[in-house]
Design a protein around this ligand. Structure first.
Ligand SMILES: Nc1ncnc2c1ncn2[C@@H]1O[C@H](COP(=O)(O)OP(=O)(O)OP(=O)(O)O)[C@@H](O)[C@H]1O
Length: 738
């Protein structure tokens, strides 16, 4: 809030126009009526201006005093100071002291013409109006010395008062005149007016006129300075008015802002009331939710308490049941102890029964013959399908007969079919699966686990199905494709696990030897392919008589032990202690055999493969033990030398094969005939199989594999004749090896 300028409220400001002395009123005695009239007009203007200023000051004080900016405040302050000074000059110094002195001069009558009273006035002029000295005022220093006043002269005080009162009266009634202004004028009226000048006195008149002229000039200057002051005041008031207008504008804008604020306040009040209503509604809804939640929780709590009591009842019941069960368990434990003792007895009985079973099984095998010959014909291939030399009389599930028909020329040169019939322990038809074949073999495998040495041969010409029967096809897609060797290994391994429940523990060691050109090769060795290839090349050169071998082959030899038993030195034996080891060793053997076949043409057909499984078992319960061998032999092709028309290396291969096959026949015949000397050492094959083929030690099974095509009829016939010869052998009962 800005305060209005205090100077504008001062009563002295309004007193400024009261300066004119009362002695200048128009009077009939005034020798210069023009000057008196001018003085009157000037006083009126001053008073009017004073009233106007007062009016503006009051207006300013009433309306715009509350918001004057600092600049206008400064201007007003300056104006106020100036007005204050002006008021002092006019009201105090001029209107009272100076003018009264001028009017109280001694009577002109008493004053000599050479001593006018004007110098006295000039010498006592106030310092503050020094800036406007009367132009004709004589210098006080040059004034003549003061003349003594005449005693005859008296100042007519009351006469001079009346005209002044008459002149000021309208100002009293002026609407804008301030009380202080009127008061000052009244005080001046109380002073005595100027003495009337004596008439007809030339010298006095001259003196008086000179004095009046000086006073008039003095007041003229005063009026001019007052007018200039008045002009400056007008300009300052005009600026104040413009400021007032600005303030009015600001006030109106503030009013607008205030109304806008009021409107926003109203809207805020509305929002607040809405929010309060929302709060109340939310409080109510939350209270409802809380109440519902509390009630639901209370109901849940009640339910849980019911469940808890029910569970407590169940626990009590369960504890009773548990106590009963514990009692039952005690009874059962006693029963178990009793049963365990019974089981021990039964185990002993079972072991005895197992011994009995083995004996019976062996009896059955002996009744079947310790040399058994099975015949298996492979299926007819595409080009051979037109004609087959084989027929199967008494075709059935247990067929034993097979017939081969050949075209023979009679004495007259006519082609006459000639059929030769053979009977074996079992004849497998071409479409019979590997499973059916293995069913007949598995009983003999069981004999190997029971402690008997077993030899299973696959004999036949090349391409008749020997490898298919012993190992399976080249690509085994399903377990049913597998041949005798993988199935036998699997059976023995699983059987050792089963027999472990009966106290048996077994050690299984596998050996896989290839006999090529009367040389032994280890198919389970870790020899690299290069070493194997070198080994094979060396063997081929040795076989062909070229002694300049670059690297000697790894020597695998059959040696005689101190106890007379033979064994293979330098050949690795792989422990079979898991199902994985069974498959991995067969994979390794097939890989080694394939590498050898690459360097030696058709080697797989020209070599014997002997898989030997060494079985050592011990029964911790019965104290029994067993030590046996299972030999699974895939023989080389049995082509006749004359028919093969081989030459060179192939001829030597054929000769070596025939030699070993005939040695095998000779050994079997010798065993059958009961001869004292069995020619095991005539070939590497029979020498290798000597421990298994020794008299009375083995169970022998031979698969004679035949091809059904006409072109192979002669070789098929030879194979069937060899098998029939073996089938007629009786090598006595096999001995069990403990
Ligand atoms: N019973 C059978 N059923 C189906 N296919 C057979 C059967 N026997 C043999 N074969 C197939 O006949 C072909 C020759 O068989 P395999 O190689 O076993 O004869 P092999 O007598 O071992 O010959 P090699 O003496 O040359 O080794 C193979 O393709 C084989 O899959």
């Amino acid at each position: 809030m800005l305060k209005p300028p205090t100077s504008l409220k001062s009563p002295q400001f309004a007193a400024a126009p009261q300066a004119p002395p009362p002695q200048f009123s128009p009077s009939s005695s005034n020798p210069n009526p023009f000057l008196g009239q001018k003085r009157k007009l000037s006083n009126l203007n001053d008073i009017s201006s004073c009233s106007e200023n007062k009016k503006l000051a009051v207006e300013f004080e009433g309306k715009a005093s509350k918001s004057i900016p600092p600049l206008s405040k400064t201007i007003l302050s300056k104006n106020a100071k100036f007005a204050k000074r002006l008021s002092k000059r006019l009201s105090v110094k001029v209107s009272r002291d100076k003018i009264s002195r001028l009017t109280q001069k001694p009577s002109f009558k008493a004053i000599p013409p050479s001593k006018p009273s004007q110098p006295t006035i000039a010498s006592k002029k106030p310092s503050n109006i020094r800036s406007v000295p009367p132009r004709n005022a004589p210098n006080s220093s040059r004034l003549p010395p003061k003349q003594p006043t005449s005693t005859s002269y008296k100042r007519p005080v009351q006469n001079s008062t009346i005209p002044n009162k008459r002149k000021i009266a309208p100002l009293k009634n002026s609407k804008n005149a301030s009380p202080s202004c009127l008061t000052n004028l009244t005080d001046d009226e109380a002073e005595p007016g100027p003495p009337e000048l004596p008439k007809g006195h030339a010298i006095d008149f001259k003196i008086r006129s000179t004095g009046y002229e000086k006073v008039a000039n003095y007041w003229k200057d005063k009026c001019r300075s007052l007018k200039s002051i008045l002009n400056s005041l007008d300009s300052s008031f005009s600026s104040t008015l413009s400021l007032t207008d600005d303030l009015k504008n600001q006030l109106s804008s503030s009013k607008k802002e205030l109304s806008a604020k009021l409107d926003s306040m109203k809207s805020l009040d509305l929002k607040i009331s809405d929010l309060q209503a929302q709060i109340v509604s939310i409080k109510n809804s939350n209270q409802e939710i809380l109440n519902s939640t509390i009630s639901s929780h209370n109901s849940q709590l009640a339910t849980l308490n019911n469940e808890k009591s029910a569970l407590q009842n169940q626990i009590n019941d369960t504890q009773l049941v548990v106590e009963n069960k514990l009692q039952i368990i005690k009874d059962l434990e006693e029963n178990i102890k009793q049963k365990e003792s019974n089981i021990g007895d039964l185990k002993n009985t079972l072991a005895i029964e197992e011994i009995t079973r083995r004996k019976l099984h062996n009896t059955i095998q002996e009744l079947k013959g310790n040399i058994r010959v099975f015949c298996r014909s492979r299926p007819i291939k595409g080009p051979e399908s037109e004609k087959s030399c084989l027929t199967f009389p008494n075709n059935g599930p247990a067929s034993k007969n097979i017939s081969i028909t050949q075209q023979k020329e009679n004495a007259t040169g006519q082609s006459i079919p000639k059929t030769t019939d053979f009977e074996f322990d079992h004849v497998f038809l071409p479409d019979e699966s590997q499973d059916v074949v293995y069913d007949e073999v598995s009983q003999l495998i069981q004999s190997a686990l029971d402690g008997y040495s077993v030899c299973i041969f696959a004999y036949g010409q090349t391409g008749s199905g020997k490898t298919f029967t012993m190992e399976g096809p080249d690509e085994i897609n399903t377990p049913s494709d597998r041949g005798i060797i993988p199935r036998a290994l699997e059976q023995i391994y699983s059987e050792t696990l089963r027999l472990s429940n009966k106290g048996w523990t077994y050690e299984l060691g596998a050996q896989f030897v290839e006999i090529y050109n009367e040389q032994l090769f280890d198919l389970l060795c870790d020899t690299t392919a290069d070493e194997k290839s070198q080994q094979v090349r060396s063997t081929r050169k040795q076989a062909s008589g070229d002694l300049q071998t670059t690297k000697p082959a790894t020597k695998i030899e059959i040696r005689q032990g101190s106890d007379g038993s033979s064994f293979v030195s330098g050949c690795s034996i792989t422990q079979v202690d898991s199902a994985n080891s069974v498959s991995s060793l067969l994979t390794k053997a097939a890989l080694n055999r394939r590498v050898a076949s690459t360097d030696c043409n058709e080697r797989s057909s020209r070599s014997h493969c002997v898989f030997t499984l060494f079985i050592k078992g011990k029964n911790s319960q019965t104290g029994e033990s067993c030590n046996s061998m299972l030999n699974l032999i895939d023989l080389a092709g049995s082509e006749r030398l004359n028919n093969s028309k081989s030459t060179g290396d192939r001829l030597k291969e054929t000769q070596a094969i025939n030699k070993s096959l005939s040695s095998l026949g000779d050994v079997i015949m010798a065993l059958s005939n009961g001869e004292k000397h069995i020619p095991f050492r005539n070939s590497k094959l029979t020498h290798l199989l000597m421990p298994s083929l020794s008299a009375g030690n083995s169970k022998i099974m031979m698969f004679v594999c035949v091809a059904p095509d006409d072109l192979s009829s002669q070789e098929t016939l030879c194979s069937l004749r060899f098998a029939a010869k073996v089938n007629n052998c009786h090598i006595g009962t096999a001995k069990r090896h403990n």
